[in-house]
Design a protein around this ligand. Structure first.
Ligand SMILES: [Zn+2]
Length: 166
């Protein structure tokens, strides 16, 4: 590609090139920011999704455990489903039950409520941590990217004069 003639030396040709906006030292710092930050973004995204599926697994385990205990105490399936779905059980549903079954219902409800809160807190903490790491990494990556950004210039192939490209 033949560019315009250099106005500094009136001899060389101006060639379109991409150069770093910043000085070499700043560019190095930029890459030091950019590379770990990009890894951080990936790790945070991975953690975020891993937490989501782990939370689902834990919640399912809790449901299965409570359902098994209730079935053991011969609580009717309809009531078991309501308890594991965290729905209100009508007192009319409970009145035909034996004391032993009612006890199982109460302990099952308590376990579901407590376990659900526990799972929620765990997921919140893990999710919050990965979001926080992800956000900081994004900021770092953006900062790094700004430092290593390139710009187009016209550079003379004879005298090395640099002119900003329009
Ligand atoms: Zn020149």
């Amino acid at each position: 590609m033949n560019g315009p003639t250099c106005r500094t030396c009136n001899n060389g040709t101006l060639i379109n090139r991409k150069v770093y906006r910043m000085s070499a030292g700043v560019v190095v710092i930029g890459y030091i920011f950019l590379i770990p930050s990009l890894i951080g973004v990936l790790v945070a995204a991975g953690l975020f999704f891993a937490t989501g599926s782990a939370t689902k697994d834990t919640a399912k385990k809790l449901k299965d455990e409570v359902a098994a205990e209730l079935a053991n105490a011969e609580v009717p399936q309809g009531i078991i489903t309501k308890i594991t779905d965290l729905k209100e059980v009508a007192s009319a549903d409970l009145s035909p039950l034996t004391e032993k079954q009612k006890d199982a219902v109460r302990s099952g409800q308590a376990k579901m409520a407590g376990g659900t809160i526990g799972v929620g807190i765990g997921a919140g903490l893990a999710g919050g941590t990965s979001l926080c790491v992800g956000f900081l990494s994004l900021v770092g990556a953006l900062l790094g990217w700004l430092l290593v950004m390139k710009k187009r210039v016209l550079k003379c192939n004879q005298c090395g004069a640099v002119v900003p490209a329009s």
